[in-house]
Every structure is written in structure tokens, then in C-alpha cells.
Design a protein around this ligand. Sequence first.
Ligand SMILES: *Cc1c(COP(=O)(O)O)cnc(C)c1O
Length: 362
Amino acid sequence: MARVYNFSAGPSMLPEQVLKTAAAEMLDYKGSGQSVMEMSHRSKTYDAIIKEAEALLREVMNIPDNYKVLFLQGGASSQFAMVPLNLMNKNHKADYVITGQWANKAYKEAARYGDAHVVASSADKTFSYIPKLDPATFTPDADYFHICMNNTIYGTKYHTLPETGNVPLVADISSCALSEPIDVSRFGLLYAGAQKNMAPAGLTVVIIREDLIGNAMDITPTMFNYQTHADNGSMFNTPPCYTIYICKLVLEWIKNEIGGLENMKKINEKKAALLYDFLDHSKLFRGTVVPEDRSLMNIPFVTGDADLDAKFVKEATEAGFVNLKGHRTVGGMRASCYNAMPVEGVEKLVAFMKAFEAANLK
Ligand SMILES: *Cc1c(COP(=O)(O)O)cnc(C)c1O
């Protein structure tokens, strides 16, 4: 069977070249006589892999030296607890902006450990926009300010960051990491579940400013303390070895094939523009997000008729465009166009949508 165009929100497509390299190295990684899956995480060979993955991430994302890169497990969802356990321990306060389900889950978890304050929410319009933020409403002595940078389910993204002054900005970048350049120095902490845009599932990447490490609450489990992992080079326990190796291959692909995140952004903008331009002119389909807050990665759209949406998803699947069904809270469709989705995949999807429109417009 030919490979499909997979528009899943995550786990999602990986670059074909990465899969081919992994396949070629599966039985014998660079003359070691073993798969990366089988080798000791304390071996010299594996040590080189994890060090190279970190060095590449630092280079590709231009991460300043006063930040630690941690390769963890437990998903972005574990960070919803790890962030407050480690950071909410000076004034026991934090600000949250509720822009969707992930942001809300992060907020609810933080509220278990301290005074979590909702600065703004876009729940009133099914999270179809990013709220306008007024710094006068921010908690001046908050330990941090949390945002979900790209809202995977609803297809919104912050195009300008909140001005939080000395309060560290913390962002969930699970669904936009590596999609475009990001000024890491604007943040105290960034975290991402890798399965959207960095690697397969199993790896969680944390980028944290060093001064924010070392102030965890006493109740913090050892494994949930950033210090534990920072002090041990993400090797306190067995890291997700194979996923880190694939992440290294993805970073090599971005660096060598794409030419870095500026180029990655251009390609992602091209893909998103193809779909948004079509949606803006379509008589059958429409996007669900206000134009100024649209995501580059996750693009929800509807026909306004649930039966027609279902027919579209079914016919699209048969044509090789899979996982286009939208999240149940939005309905309709969602096309997630992460880095590994080729431009050609979006061009073909738009052509398919045009044909569907012509056949189904009454
Ligand atoms: C997928 C996703 C999560 C959840 O990630 P897990 O790794 O499954 O815990 C959290 N936040 C955002 C923005 C996501 O897209």
C-alpha cells in the first residue's frame, strides 16, 4: 500500500527520510551490531546519541547557554503538575490563560498545588480566538505565567506573547515546537510532548532557565523534580532511548534537508496559506478560527452540516487523506499540517476539497 497523507493531531507523520534512516540502522546501528532499542543507555554509543540530540536541539532552536534541555517522559500532561511543583514555591501563585482543553487541564492541575489564577479565557466562543490580554490584570507577584502557545484542538496560536515583565513565562509548545523559530530567552520554561512535531510518543522535552531549577516543593517526587534530571543529564533513570534517537534524526533533517527553522517556517506558512486561502473562498467549507489567531499547524474547518462533514471524512479517508475528523468539541474536520506533512499533501487535499465542493454544493 502507498503511504497515506496523515493529518492526525498526534502522534503524527514523521519525515520519510527519518523513517528510512531508522529502518536502515534498525539491526545494526553504525557497526555496533545492535539496534538502538537494545543498547544500554550507559553505553558510549548511546551517550553520543543523546548528546548529539541535545546539541542539535540547542543549535536548531538557538537555545541560550543559561537554559537546560531535559529529555523526560510522562508527556506534556505530566508537565501540568511538574511546572507548579517546581515553580509555584515562592509566592504560591501563578497566572493561567485558558485557550482550550490543554490549557484548562494545566490550570486545574496547578490549582491543586497553589493559587492558580485565570487571567482570561476564550471558552465563551469555543476557544476560537486568543483573548486580548491586559497586563494590568496579571498577578504582579506570580511565580510564573502559563500559556498554551498553540492550541492543537481549536487551531489557535499566540502570534504575540504576553508582556509578563519579571514573571517567568511558561509555555506548552507541544504542537508548535520546531515549526518556526522561537525566542527562547523570552521564556522561563518551555515544554512539549514530542509526538506532534519532534519524534514518536514517549519523549517530553523541557527547556528551562537555570535559575528556575532547585526550588521544588518538598512534596515533589524525585522523578518530578527538574533538579534530578538537570543534575544527571537526563540520565537519572533510563531515558526514552529510541525516541530520543528518532528526535536526533528529525533534528538532522531540519538542519540539513530543510535548512533550519526559518526555512521550516516558510514551508509551514506555504502549506497553511494553501488551506486557509481555499477555506476563505469556499462556498462549502469554512475555517472556525478568527483569522488573526490562526495556527500554522492545526487547521479546523466545517461545512456546517454534520452529515456532510461525515461524508467528507469518509471519502477523504478512502482517497488517502486520513485522520481528518475534527475534535468532538469543535466537530467537522481538522487538518494538522506538522513539519513532516509535505506541501504536496496539502495541495492534493485542497484539490480533493475543491472536487468535493463541486460535487456537493446544492
Ligand atoms: C497533545 C498535547 C498535550 C498532551 O500531551 P501528552 O504528551 O499526551 O501528555 C498537551 N498540550 C498540547 C498543546 C498538546 O497538543
